[in-house]
Ligand binder design. Structure first.
Ligand SMILES: O=C(CO)[C@H](O)[C@H](O)COP(=O)(O)O
Length: 238
């Protein structure tokens, strides 16, 4: 039973440990849920489990080092067995919105280099249509306003409207690990994530966007009813 968000996150992260085999090359996600997984994995490593991890952010690198997980760069391990990461939203076909923690670029590169991606989350992240959570879009600082307008035009062409805001943190512009900015796009419901993803990918100045389509192979979702495993085919195991 997962009584609240934290215990649900922990239940999902703990279940994801079942996916880990000795010798695996692991992508390590970013965010509060991924952090719990990294901490639990660290306990297993200290108990003798041999794995190597590629972190998706500097924050995760620091945590993984602290808990004793052997780390490598993606250049050293360009093919990974499994990535375990959180998500801001989990939609139909396990399409995701990610980037709430600002690490979407490395997260997507690492997930794409992985044979499997398992998403861990509390049940509130599961939605019937993506878009309640503002879509993070990573952009280069040069030409910020031109890029922002191009994003709005691309969305408008799909019938989407809403504020596209520069992410701030503690009164300063938020800067990603890659030195880029994030625009948070509050479009509301995104009925065709693939169409939006394709349009965003074609905009100069957009480095990457937080729509993860066709990357997640499984989602482990925990709530008051226990832990559910969702697969791309939308089957459910208990
Ligand atoms: O995409 C992410 C970071 O870029 C995170 O996975 C996402 O924001 C979920 O975070 P949390 O587990 O803290 O809810």
């Amino acid at each position: 039973m997962a009584a609240n968000s934290d215990s649900a996150k922990r239940a999902a992260a703990a279940r994801a440990l079942d996916e880990v085999r000795p010798g695996m090359r692991l992508g390590l996600g970013t965010g509060s849920t991924a952090n719990i997984f990294v901490e639990l994995l660290g306990e297993r490593v200290r108990g003798g489990l041999a794995v190597r991890g590629v972190p998706t952010s500097e924050a995760t690198r620091a945590l993984a080092e602290r808990v004793g997980i052997a780390l490598a760069t993606l250049d050293q391990l360009p093919e990974l067995d499994l990535t375990v990461d959180g998500a801001d939203e989990i939609g139909p076909d396990l399409a995701l919105i990610k980037g709430g923690g600002g690490a979407l670029l490395r997260e997507k590169i690492v997930a794409a280099a992985s044979a499997a991606m398992v998403v861990i989350a509390d049940h509130t992240k599961v939605v019937s249509t993506l878009g309640r959570f503002p879509l993070p879009i990573e952009v280069v600082p040069f030409g910020l306003e031109a890029t922002r307008r191009a994003i709005i035009a691309a969305a408008t062409a799909l019938g989407l409207t809403g504020d596209v805001r520069l992410r701030m943190e503690n009164g300063h512009v938020f800067v990603t690990d890659g030195g880029h900015f994030i625009l948070d796009a509050g479009f509301g419901a995104i009925p065709d994530p693939l169409a939006l993803a394709q349009r965003l990918a074609g905009i100069p100045g957009v480095v990457e966007h937080g729509l993860f389509i066709g990357l997640a192979t499984k989602a482990i979702v925990a709530g008051d009813g226990g832990v559910q495993v969702l697969t791309r085919a939308a089957t459910t195991e208990s």
